[in-house]
Write a protein that binds this ligand. Structure first.
Ligand code: GLN
Length: 496
C-alpha cells in the first residue's frame, strides 16, 4: 500500500520505528499534490522546499533520540487562517495578500514542536465567512467526490485536501460549523472542540466568542491524536480554559457505547432535509441502539432560533475584529500616493481588499451594534444564546450525547447557492447551536445518500469539556459501519 493511503497513526508509528523517513512521507504527499491539485485546488500556498526542510529537521531530531509525540514526521495541511512564520497567511483575502506573519499561531507552534510537517496552507472562504469555500478571493476548491460540487466551508481546502489523500491530517476552525459541515460533505471526520479547549492565539479572528480550532482526519483515532497534540490551556488566549484536555485518544480507542444515553434532537431532521441524508441519519440512530445505547427523543425548541441569533452575533464581532485591517498595519494599501488622507487610504483599501460577503457581514454587524439598535438586535441575540445554552444543559441532564444530521443536504453544486446568502447560511442549521453554547461537537461519516451517492455526516454533540464522548461515540459508529462496508467510507485515494 502506498504511503498516502496510510492513516496518520500508521505513518507516525512507521516513522518512529525508522521504517520510513519523514522526508519520504512528505515527498509522497507532495507528489500526490502535484498530481491532483490542478483539479481539486485545495491549497493556497505550497512551498515544496520549505516542507522538505521541515521534514529533514524532524528526521534529524528523531535520529538524535528526541522523543516526539505519536505524530512526529506526519504531514499536515493548515487552514490559511493560522499564522505560520515560514509561509504566507492570507485568510483567503486580498487584503492580506502576501502577508508573512512574524510568528506562529499556538496551534501551528505546538504541532511543529510535536514534529508534524506542514504541507501548505489551505483555501477557505474569506475570513472563514461561508459554507462552500466559494468566497475565497483566490479560487474555488472542488469536492474530491464530485469535482462539480463544493467541499463545504469555510474550511473547504482542509476537508478537500484530506478527502483527496493529499494530506492525512489538516486543521480547520469552526465558528458556526466550518469544520463539521465540510467534513460531512467530503466524507471525513471533523471535530469542533469545546470553545476554549483549543487556542485562538495566532488565529485570524472572525468572531472571537465562537472561533474554535479543530482537527480533520479520515478516521476518528487520527482526529483524536491531532486534537490531543494541539489542545490545552494557552495563557496567550484570554478565553482558553485552564483544565486538562479530555482523554480523546483513549476514548477513540475504547469505541464502546454500551449503556450510553443518546438524545435525538427532535427539532433537526424534518422538512427541508434531503431524503437520503435523513435515511442515513435514521440508520445511524438505529445502529447506536443496536450497539447498546439507550436512545431517547429530546426537544430543544430554541435551537430553531440559533441561526438568526448567530447572524447577529458573528457579524457584530466580525465588524469589530476586522477594523484592524486599516491599510496601515498589514497587507494591502491602496491609493497612498501622498495626496490622500489616512482615512481615504483606509476606505479605498477596505473597498478593494474585502470581498462582498465580508462587506455584507461588516455592514450587518455595524448596524446591529449601532446605538438605538443594539438592544433590539445584538442584546436580543445574546439572550437567545443564553436560552440555547440552558436547553443544552437541560438536555445533558437526561442524556450523555445529542445527535442530529450534520447538514440538511449533501454537497451542493458549485455556483448553486453563490448568489443566495440565505440558502448558503442554511447549511449550518444543525451545527450553530453548539457554537453558541460552546460545547463539543463532531461530524463522522455515516454513509452515502441514495440520490447522489455523496457522503452524509452524523453530528455528535457533548457537554463542555466532554469532548471524549464525541470520540467514543464517533469511533463506535465508525467501527460498526466499517465492518458493514468492509472498510472505511473513503476506501482509497480517489482517482481524479
Ligand atoms: N458558514 C458560517 C458562516 O458563514 C460558519 C463559518 C465558520 O464556522 N467559520 O459564518
Amino acid at each position: 500500500m502506498s504511503l498516502i493511503s496510510k492513516t496518520a497513526a500508521e505513518l507516525g508509528a512507521m516513522i518512529a520505528a525508522g521504517e520510513v523517513s519523514a522526508v519520504e512521507v512528505a515527498e509522497a504527499h507532495l507528489d500526490r499534490m502535484v498530481e491532483v491539485e490542478p483539479k481539486v485546488q485545495a491549497f493556497l500556498h505550497v512551498e515544496r522546499e520549505v516542507t522538505l526542510e521541515q521534514a529533514r529537521a524532524v528526521d534529524t531530531r528523531l535520529r538524535a533520540g528526541e522523543r516526539l509525540g505519536p505524530l512526529a514526521g506526519v504531514p499536515i495541511a493548515h487552514k490559511d487562517i493560522f499564522a505560520t512564520r515560514d509561509m504566507p497567511t492570507t485568510a483567503a483575502s486580498k487584503i492580506l495578500e502576501g502577508w508573512r506573519p512574524p510568528y506562529d499561531a499556538t496551534v501551528t507552534a505546538r504541532l511543529r514542536e510535536a514534529g508534524l510537517v506542514i504541507l501548505g496552507k489551505t483555501n477557505l472562504d474569506e475570513f472563514a465567512m461561508g459554507s462552500s469555500t466559494e468566497n475565497s478571493a483566490y479560487h474555488v476548491t472542488r469536492n474530491p467526490w464530485d469535482l462539480s460540487r463544493v467541499p463545504g466551508g469555510s474550511s473547504g481546502g482542509s476537508s478537500a485536501a484530506v478527502a483527496a489523500y493529499e494530506a492525512p491530517l489538516s486543521t480547520g476552525t469552526d465558528t458556526g460549523g466550518s469544520i463539521r459541515q465540510p467534513a460531512a460533505v467530503t466524507g471525513i471526520v471533523g471535530m469542533k472542540p469545546t470553545y476554549g479547549g483549543s487556542s485562538r492565539y495566532g488565529l485570524i479572528a472572525f468572531a472571537s466568542s465562537l472561533d474554535t480550532p479543530g482537527p480533520f482526519a479520515r478516521n476518528v483515532l487520527d482526529a483524536a491524536l491531532l486534537h490531543e497534540a494541539f489542545s490545552g490551556h494557552d495563557p496567550l488566549d484570554s478565553t482558553s480554559i485552564d483544565a486538562p484536555v479530555p482523554s480523546v485518544v483513549e476514548a477513540a480507542r475504547q469505541a464502546d457505547i454500551a449503556g450510553m444515553r443518546v438524545g435525538v434532537v427532535k427539532e433537526f431532521g424534518g422538512e427541508g432535509y434531503q431524503a437520503g441524508v435523513l435515511a442515513r441519519y435514521h440508520e445511524a440512530v438505529e445502529l447506536l441502539e443496536s450497539l447498546g445505547a439507550k436512545v431517547v427523543e429530546v426537544s430543544c425548541p430554541s435551537f430553531r432560533t440559533a441561526l438568526p441569533a448567530y447572524y447577529l452575533i458573528a457579524p457584530s464581532e466580525c465588524s469589530s475584529n476586522l477594523a484592524r485591517f486599516d491599510a496601515m498595519r498589514y497587507g494591502l494599501r491602496v491609493g497612498d500616493d501622498g495626496s490622500r488622507s489616512a482615512e481615504e487610504v483606509m476606505a479605498l483599501t477596505r473597498a478593494a481588499g474585502f470581498g462582498p460577503e465580508v462587506k455584507r457581514r461588516i455592514m450587518l454587524g455595524t448596524y446591529a451594534l449601532s446605538s438605538g439598535y443594539y438592544d433590539a438586535y445584538y442584546g436580543q441575540a445574546q439572550k437567545v444564546r443564553t436560552v440555547i445554552s440552558r436547553e443544552f444543559d437541560a438536555a445533558f441532564q437526561q442524556v450523555d450525547v445529542l445527535v442530529s444530521p450534520t447538514t440538511p443536504t449533501t454537497a451542493f453544486a458549485i455556483g448553486e447557492r453563490a448568489d443566495d446568502p440565505m440558502a448558503m447560511y442554511l447549511a449550518d442549521l444543525c451545527t450553530i447551536p453548539s457554537n453558541l453554547a460552546g460545547n463539543a461537537a463532531m461530524s463522522v461519516p455515516c454513509g452515502l445518500a441514495d440520490e447522489d451517492n455523496l457522503p452524509v455526516g452524523l453530528q455528535i454533540m457533548a457537554p463542555v469539556l466532554a469532548d471524549d464522548r464525541c470520540y467514543r461515540v464517533g469511533a463506535a459508529v465508525e467501527k460498526a459501519l466499517e465492518s458493514r462496508w468492509g472498510g472505511p467510507l473513503l476506501k482509497e485515494a480517489p482517482s481524479l
